[in-house]
Design a binder for this molecule. Structure first.
Ligand code: SF4
Length: 383
């Protein structure tokens, strides 16, 4: 038996509501059927709602496989329960890597849908779902009086809203200092705004948590199947075994990036480059370096291969030199500079490779007392 079908609300079509589960309309529709987690769980217990569990499981597996998240539209309002059920499955499993995969895939799907969306829908979603202050800058003809370079911006938004998400992106156009600002308003391109919206959705998933107690058998089985897929995935993407002494000789900056990468966190572009160039320079093969990045939720094999090959083939095979301390500090990638960690050797080097060479030598010689730095070396920086 199908439940009452709702076709459209507040300007969004039914398909749009399904594509944007963060929208007020989609949330209202799912909450009308299941006002809280307990009600959702009891709904999922009944055999007539089996398809919701099945589709939710498919949705999580698609995220795990990094394949496309499909919008299920059976013209049945229970379709709106599929997304919350998929979140329920992920929260029950409680694996941060799986949650990252889900957040990444859901956000990518939203970004893809937004690309074809008209401005009024984009504005509606920004305002109603995220409470962002965003305005259209008008039709191209209305922008004719603006300076030439400002005419290409389709929207303007409050800088406070921009700053909710932009710091997550590490390329220079996302830094507020590189943007034009007028009385707190900041011009943004349509594509940029859509990227911020999908980034916000990702942030909402990563920050939310659901209290999930006992689950009915039907959904427990789905959880078990996803857990088994996840274990298989982690096994096949296991990073290369870097020996313990090699890792111990890593400077704090590289150790942090390396740990984040194998834990499945997406690294910003600068960190990926620094880590790949460093690992290649200390003698790891291209395949071994790729293994370190395989756990990233946005890992795309062909692209990563191209990037690693490119980094290693610079200057007739010598490869790129990883950035020095000053550059890493400027990019927010030095935990010592940020006061999060400390290692006395950092004061005597200007480059992570210099750190690695000295520390690897100390490990080989069994030297644990670092007081010799002060008598034999000159300080290069202080923290
Ligand atoms: S001081 Fe240099 S080597 Fe040490 S953690 Fe910072 S960037 Fe890395």
């Amino acid at each position: 038996m199908k439940t009452k079908v709702i076709t459209a609300s507040a300007g969004l079509t039914r398909l749009q509501m399904l594509r944007y589960p963060f929208s007020v309309e989609a949330r209202e529709l799912s909450q009308r059927q299941a006002r809280d987690v307990e009600t959702l769980v009891s709904l999922l217990e009944t055999s007539r709602n089996e398809y919701v569990v099945e589709e939710a499981e498919n949705r999580v597996i698609a995220a795990l496989d990094q394949s496309e998240i499909l919008t299920v539209n059976n013209n049945d309002d229970r379709d709106f329960l599929i997304y919350p059920t998929s979140r329920l499955i992920v929260e029950k499993i409680g694996d941060s890597r799986l949650k990252e995969y889900q957040a990444e895939a859901e956000s990518k799907a939203v970004n893809g849908h937004l690309e074809n969306e008209k401005d009024d829908i984009v504005l509606h979603l920004c305002k109603s779902a995220f409470s962002w202050q965003v305005e259209s800058t008008g039709k191209p003809v209305q922008r004719a009086s603006l300076p030439l370079w400002l005419r290409t911006f389709d929207f303007r938004m409050r800088f406070e809203d921009f700053l909710e998400i932009a710091p997550e992106f590490h390329q220079s156009p996302w830094k507020l200092v590189n943007r034009y600002l007028d009385a707190g308003w900041l011009p943004v391109q349509g594509l940029e705004l859509k990227r911020l919206m999908s980034g916000k959705f990702k942030q909402l998933i990563l920050m939310s948590s659901l209290e999930v107690r006992t689950l009915p058998a039907r959904i427990t089985e789905a959880v078990q199947r996803v857990e088994s897929e996840l274990r298989g995935k982690i096994k096949t993407t296991q990073p290369v075994k870097i020996t313990e002494s090699i890792v111990t000789a890593f400077p704090p900056c590289i150790r942090q990036m390396h740990e984040d990468s194998i834990r499945g966190k997406n690294l910003p572009h600068e960190a990926r480059f620094a880590l790949a160039a460093f690992l290649l320079k200390i003698g790891m093969s291209q395949q071994e370096v790729l293994g370190v990045f395989k756990s990233s939720p946005d890992f795309v094999s062909s692209l990563a291969e191209y990037q690693v090959r490119h980094i290693s083939s610079k200057s007739g095979g010598e490869g790129y030199t990883p950035p020095g301390c000053r550059k890493l500090q400027g990019n927010g990638l030095c935990p010592v500079y940020q006061g999060l960690e400390y290692d006395p050797l950092c004061e005597y080097v200007k480059h992570p490779l210099g750190f690695y060479k000295t520390r690897a030598w100390e490990i080989m010689k069994g030297i644990e007392n670092h007081s010799w730095y002060a008598s034999k070396r000159k300080k290069q920086q202080s923290f």
